[in-house]
Design a protein around this ligand. Structure first.
Ligand code: DLZ
Length: 241
């Protein structure tokens, strides 16, 4: 009896502390409202990018057809970010894939073509009633990271992982369209990568074999460096080859 009374009190306390999730917004405390507003709000950009000169870069965008309208808005944002960094329109290659799960594979093919300086993967995952969202979000984020690290071409994670459509809209439209930052991030990373490749990957002082093997890299092969430079200079049109 005493035990069940304690359990009931515990249950009441639990419901009260979590009530904000079930209450109309008008009845919420300030803290509850702030939490909901924060969930709906699109994150403002928190990084500055300065002046980036992407005029000589080629950028690939792999985008999904799932959540087509939202992803198209994000791609528009990406394109305006790239335009702000002076990437010529002809240097932007766009390829569609069905869903987010397909992004890493297509990104790998494009990165391996060596016709782009960076790849942006754009998609939207919205949580449903099953575990599908968790599996795909985890696989895609790891897959995208893996493509960048294994190909030495920066691959940008342009995938929104949202709880609902409101959150997606708040992050893919207007002033908080995350695509704009993804475009600029691609340019910044492409410039960093190209700079590093030209200088042997270690700035002004070339890394020693010991430095590189300590970091888990193979020592630089002068032939590969020459090949890389020739490919950069050839400036093929961006795309799958
Ligand atoms: C199957 C599926 C579901 C349920 N939800 C989404 C989503 O919100 N966003 C997205 O990009 N793709 C979704 N997909 C499709 C998968 O990403 C993938 O295309 C299929 O599982 C086939 O591999």
């Amino acid at each position: 009896m005493i035990r069940s009374a304690i359990l009931s009190l515990g249950a009441i306390a639990f419901v009260a502390s979590n009530a904000s999730a079930f209450m109309p917004t008008a009845q919420l405390s300030t803290t509850g409202r702030n939490t909901i507003d924060a969930l709906k709000m699109g994150a403002e950009s928190e990084v500055g990018f300065g002046d980036l000169d992407g005029s000589s870069l080629r950028i690939g965008i792999i985008r999904t057809r799932w959540n087509d309208e939202d992803v198209s808005n994000l791609v528009d944002g990406i394109k305006s970010g790239l335009a702000e960094c002076k990437v010529p329109e002809d240097n932007i290659f766009i390829k569609e894939v069905p869903g987010a799960y397909e992004l890493p594979f297509a990104a790998k093919l494009l990165a391996m073509s060596r016709t782009v300086d960076a790849v942006i993967c754009a998609g939207v995952l919205i949580k449903g009633d099953t575990m599908h969202f968790e599996y795909i979000a985890d696989a895609v984020s790891k897959g995208i990271m893996n493509v960048g690290l294994t190909t030495n071409v920066p691959v940008i994670f342009g995938v929104l992982t949202c709880m609902n459509e409101d959150q997606v809209k708040a992050r893919s439209t207007g002033d908080s369209n995350h695509g704009v930052d993804w475009g600029k991030t691609a340019v910044e990373m492409a410039l960093i990568r190209n700079e590093a490749m030209k200088s042997g990957g270690a700035g002004a002082t070339p890394a020693t074999k010991a430095d590189l093997s300590a970091l888990g890299f193979a020592a630089p092969n002068p032939e590969e460096k020459k090949e890389e430079k020739e490919k950069q200079e050839a400036k093929k049109a961006p795309g799958f080859f």
